[in-house]
Design a protein around this ligand. Structure first.
Ligand code: CP
Ligand code: NVA
Length: 299
């Protein structure tokens, strides 16, 4: 039987997504050290890029559940020396119970999944960051209840996080206003796939009006470091400021997947302010991913 993978949020149905969020909240609120459903199981974690939250949350989640995780860097494995992805997928999946990958190229994760005999989890690619959205949505539900019918505003780069917000809007049925500079818009097919749930804006203020949640991310993602200076110019009018938070609904929240650059994509006033829930959001990576590991590995 083919294993169940988590490459995109669209791999979950709307009901599964909501159930997973509730399960994450339950795991967070009712911690039980004797609950070890993954006892003896092993998660391999392959990181082509840096990580703090993703690595620690998956490793801690596996340990909490009685299992363990192995950190693998391409620098130290044969993957980095050109061993074919399909061979690596067959070999690694023959020895472990699930595999998480963070890769530069989305196609690496999809090819790996095709040849893996165990569940593959996307821990971030250039296209998507679905694990982060599990935590973001859990955080919204915890603070404000179901997000269905609410309005979320994405400010900044039309990047992997923005793409995953589009998929979340499809599955959880919320409106998504996206304001990006010209030349940095999200993938056109993804935008089209969301139909009239997604609206593109050219100014941040109009995109923020009547919003329930404002979200942003770095201007230059991992692998785009050499574009930093160019992007600082292109994105200068795409900073989340208190004026944008004030244009949104009075109970609007602010989120950022982190790491953040205060004074670039968001002011310190906003990210360290009362509406910001960034540290709940970061912690929820652990709880949401434990719910995901349970879904994929305990079935
Ligand atoms: N938000 C996030 O994925 O953080 P890391 O890069 O630290 O894993
Ligand atoms: N868009 C960012 C997200 C980091 C968690 C990146 O890809 O670097």
């Amino acid at each position: 039987m083919k294993p169940r993978h988590f490459i995109s949020l669209l791999d979950l149905t709307s009901d599964e997504f909501r159930t997973l969020i509730q399960r994450a909240i339950d795991l967070k609120n009712n911690r039980n050290p004797d609950f070890t459903p993954l006892k003896g199981q092993v998660l391999a974690m392959i990181f082509e890029k840096s990580s703090t939250r993703t690595r620690i949350s998956f490793e801690t989640g596996m340990t909490n559940f009685g299992g363990s995780a192995i950190f693998l860097s391409p620098r130290d494995t044969q993957l980095g020396r050109g061993e074919p992805i399909r061979d690596s997928a067959k070999v690694i999946s023959s020895m472990v119970d699930a595999i998480m990958l963070r890769t530069n190229d989305h196609a690496t994760v999809t090819e790996f999944a095709e040849h893996s005999s165990v569940p593959v989890i996307n821990g971030l690619t250039d296209l998507l960051h679905p694990c982060q959205l599990l935590a973001d949505m859990q955080t919204y539900f915890e603070h404000r209840g179901d997000i269905k019918g609410k309005t979320v505003t994405w400010i900044g780069d039309g990047n992997n996080m923005c793409h995953s917000y589009i998929n979340a809007a499809i599955r959880l049925d919320f409106n998504l206003n996206i304001a990006c500079p010209e030349g940095y818009l999200p993938n056109t097919d993804l935008v089209k796939s969301a139909g009239n749930r997604v609206k593109l804006f050219t100014t941040t203020l109009a995109a923020s009006e009547k919003s329930d949640l404002i979200v942003t991310d770095v201007w230059a993602s991992m692998g785009q470091e050499e574009e930093q200076k160019l992007r600082e110019i292109a994105f200068k009018d795409f900073q989340v400021t208190q004026a944008l938070m004030d244009a949104a609904n009075s109970d609007a929240l602010f989120m950022h997947c982190l790491p953040a650059h205060r004074g670039e994509e968001v002011t310190a006033e906003v990210i360290d302010g009362k509406q910001s829930v960034i540290f709940n959001e970061a912690e929820n990576r652990l709880h949401a991913q434990k719910a995901l590991l349970e879904l994929l590995m305990c079935a």
